[in-house]
Design a protein around this ligand. Structure first.
Ligand code: BEZ
Length: 386
């Protein structure tokens, strides 16, 4: 009898301590972002934004302390599957945050869908993520590549341009961005007369700029980001095209890049879900806090990192920090209006932001909002079955 009592007591003590260990265990977050290459600065801004939110809410998400495991994905799709598997299987992270590059993120989404791992995508706009790979455990805090392109297609048609050439990197993000532009522009009577591509992350634009000069389109639509966007805008100006053939872009062309472009981007019109100095209190507080923490002005990538942490917090608060309760996490996130520096937005069933896309003009080092190109734009989420 005594032996039985002792055994029961030991079992009770053991289960209590297991429970409190689970309660107290830190939430292990894998930050799979680029730390090198053309998108390195974007990765830093996302990490900064994410950590700013976590620090502002006392260092916990869903009531759990947070611990980070960092991995440089090098924006290399060939290494993506091994990299995310390492985070999940060897580092045993609870959640993965990543990444910037669409090709890398599509591979991550595939693994997240297969394993049920919670994934929040803080940039990459790949149509796969909220299309065929959509899942209750996968969220995007940023945009789909189609969204800014589609909005600029509308703007270009409204401006009366008839024949537009496009130029971008030859990979998913560039192709989908051009696809969004073309869809809206041609529906409104315009024609994309030439689609020009350079391999990613190549920045040898000269031959294509010569081709644009010969083509003489009414305007050029472009998708470039990070260091590549700096080089492209400088080369476009140096080729003497800036004053003759208006350059339009998805907002990544001038977001976080104007300073390095040294004035060559002045006056450029772009479309994006963020602009500098938006007239809302959340943005004002965010910009002030970001500046104080990092001695830098935030950009769209910092906003997306901040909102990735916010989305995770909303989901995990509903489950007391339990990452395995995906349906409850999804229900909480889907029913919440997210109070973002970009303005309030909701997530679609496929977990992509439904958001206003602003028309911005580059003035000095800022992308100033001059209008809303498309209100509450959703992503088509083609192929998403939930
Ligand atoms: C992308 O690969 O999806 C991407 C990269 C940089 C900026 C925007 C989109």
């Amino acid at each position: 009898m005594k032996l039985l009592q002792t055994t029961l007591l030991a079992a009770a003590l053991c289960s209590t301590s297991t429970l409190s260990m689970a309660e107290e265990a830190a939430l292990k977050i894998g930050l799979m972002l680029p730390a090198t290459g053309t998108y390195a600065q974007l990765g830093t801004a996302i990490e900064n934004g994410f950590k700013l939110y976590v620090n502002q809410v006392g260092g916990k998400l869903g009531g759990r302390d947070v611990e980070y495991v960092k991995l440089d994905d090098e924006s290399d799709p060939a290494k993506a599957t091994d990299n995310i598997n390492k985070l999940i299987k060897s580092d045993k992270v609870d959640v993965v945050i990543g990444t910037v590059h669409s090709g890398v993120a599509a591979a991550m989404a595939k693994v997240a869908k297969q394993t049920g791992t919670l994934l929040v995508v803080p940039n990459a706009g790949s149509a796969m993520i909220t299309g065929p790979m959509c899942a209750p455990n996968i969220f995007r805090s940023s945009f789909s590549n189609q969204q800014p392109g589609f909005a600029m297609g509308k703007v270009a048609a409204e401006k009366g341009y008839k024949k537009v050439a496009t130029i971008t990197w030859k990979y998913g993000a560039g192709e989908e961005s051009v696809g969004g532009f073309k869809e809206a522009f041609e529906a409104d009577g315009g024609e994309v007369v030439k689609e020009l591509y350079v391999p990613f992350p190549n920045v040898e634009f000269q031959a294509l700029l010569t081709e644009i000069a010969a083509l003489k389109p009414d305007a050029v639509y472009s998708f470039f980001a990070g260091a590549g966007a700096v080089k492209f805008v400088k080369d476009y100006k140096a080729a003497g095209l800036m004053d003759n053939i208006p350059l339009l872009g998805a907002g990544f062309l001038t977001d976080g890049t104007l300073k390095a472009q040294g004035g060559d981007g002045e006056g450029l019109l772009t479309t994006l879900h963020y602009a500098d100095e938006l007239d809302n209190e959340t943005d004002k507080a965010f910009r002030q806090a970001y500046n104080a923490a990092f001695d830098m002005v935030p950009d769209v990538y910092a906003v997306q990192g901040f909102d990735a942490a916010q989305i995770l917090d909303i989901g995990l608060k509903a489950t007391g920090g339990d990452v395995s309760k995906t349906a409850e996490i999804a229900a909480a996130v889907e029913s919440t209006e997210i109070d973002s520096p970009r303005g309030k937005f909701t997530l679609s069933k496929a977990h992509n932001p439904i958001q206003d896309i602003y028309l911005r003009e580059a003035k000095g080092e800022e992308n100033v909002m001059i209008g809303v190109a498309v209100e509450k734009l959703d992503d088509p989420a083609k192929g998403c079955r939930l």
